[in-house]
Design a protein around this ligand. Structure first.
Ligand code: ZN
Length: 156
């Protein structure tokens, strides 16, 4: 695939998710809640998680928010990828996503949809938009592990 076609594909997936998100709303019940903000673009996100009764596993993920197509599409794709993962696996994915945005790694094929966000890494100013939901997720999971809860996490 040529670079132009690849770029079109990224844009297609991002726009489609932005227009028709599959994971918008709030989980029931809300076991974890975290707000995140990306001041450089004005994106905000409210992330909610439903945890499985046992096993420290994420059962459901939803988000609400306002922002650019990249931040919203990234949150939607993230929610798909997290369902059924343990907290440790999810934290590992946060690191992997951030490394991917630095151009260091790619996700294995089971998470290949997340790799579309790599296209965004060509536009450094947009990387924070893509990272916002992951940054917010990290805070949501870490708050539950005993660190101080933060009202709104900022990725500045
Ligand atoms: Zn943005």
């Amino acid at each position: 695939m040529s670079l132009d076609n690849l770029r079109d594909l990224y844009q297609q997936v991002i726009l489609e998710r932005y227009k028709k998100p599959r994971n918008k709303g709030k989980t029931n019940p809300v076991d974890r809640y975290q707000k995140g903000h990306n001041p450089s673009c004005g994106d905000t996100i409210e992330l909610t998680l439903k945890m499985a009764a046992e096993g420290n596993r994420i059962e459901d993920v939803k988000f609400e928010g306002e922002g650019c197509a990249i931040s919203m599409a990234s949150a939607d794709l993230m929610a798909d990828a997290l369902r059924g993962r343990t907290v440790d696996e999810a934290l590992e994915m946060v690191q992997k996503f951030q490394a991917m945005m630095r151009g260091e790694v790619e996700f294995p094929s089971e998470f290949r949809k997340l790799n579309v966000m790599q296209g965004v890494a060509q536009f450094p100013v947009r990387i924070k938009c893509a990272n916002l939901s992951w940054h917010t997720l990290k805070a949501a999971l870490e708050a539950a592990q005993g660190s101080e809860p933060i009202d709104v996490v900022s990725n500045e």
